[in-house]
Design a protein. Structure first.
Length: 253
């Protein structure tokens, strides 16, 4: 019984390290194949890393985008570039996306200063959360100290509640609308989340849209200033379903 218990403990604690080792080994192999210009084999390993571990690095995404562009798959190339920019804003990435979007007459790739700051928010998300939690803890201890010495608290408790509420919102709610890229040609945009709804438009792949919510097998998106619906299997979410389902990628520098 003791042997089973300790074996279980060993497996539990060593599993994360084994996963990290597998990730590093796979990435090293893919990089080696990429240097040898064995792009299809390299891409398959990169893609498997992304889908199975939900981890990526900037160089990995850039290589995947380059491979797909060389293959003529501009939609997937734009997807990887968008994913990279979401977590690490860089003007060179913006320029490349603009180049591809212009070459294929795609919409939705107008980037504003707001989107840049949103990307910075994504890049430093955990630091921002940590900062607000630290500030909340300091204020809380300060309030206890003041109360313990029978001093008036004034409006300080309200300020504490405000900071704590803001930290809670940042942690549990998405303040940034999700983006998605239409992945298939002849995709129908519908007026409602049903195959029987009236079609609004038929669009080609590559366009980028804002994704607001999901409804069964449909996503609710913005198109030409109105809300429409598109089948889930016709859209690539930038960042997967991390905002819509509470999951997230792990960004490795």
């Amino acid at each position: 019984m003791k042997r089973i218990f300790f074996t279980t403990l060993i497996v539990f604690f060593l599993s994360p390290f084994a996963c990290c080792a597998n990730y590093a080994d796979s990435l090293k192999l893919a990089d080696s194949l990429f240097r040898e210009k064995k792009y299809p084999q390299s891409y398959n390993i990169y893609s498997n890393i992304l889908s199975s571990t939900e981890k990526f690095s900037p160089r990995m995404l850039l290589k995947m985008a380059m491979i797909k562009e060389q293959e003529g798959d501009y939609t997937m190339s734009l997807y990887y570039l968008n994913l990279l920019y979401k977590y690490q804003p860089d003007k060179r990435v913006l320029d490349k996306m603009d180049e591809l979007a212009s070459a294929h007459q795609l919409t939705g790739y107008t980037f504003t200063d707001l989107e840049y700051f949103i990307s910075l928010y994504n890049q430093y998300y955990y630091y921002i959360i940590f900062f607000f939690l630290i500030v909340s803890a300091i204020i809380y201890l300060y309030l206890i100290f003041k109360k313990f010495h029978s001093k008036k608290l004034g409006l300080r408790p309200l300020f504490f509640v405000f900071v704590l509420s803001f930290a809670y919102i940042l942690t549990n709610y998405d303040i940034v609308p999700m983006k998605g890229i239409i992945s298939k040609d002849h995709s129908y945009l519908m007026s409602g989340p049903s195959a029987g709804a009236a079609p609004v438009a038929e669009v080609e792949k590559g366009h980028r849209v804002i994704v607001w919510s999901e409804d069964d097998v449909w996503y609710r998106i913005s198109w030409n200033g109105e809300f429409v619906y598109i089948k889930k299997n016709h859209l690539l979410l930038v960042g997967d379903e991390n905002h819509l389902r509470g999951e997230s990628f792990s960004f490795d520098i």
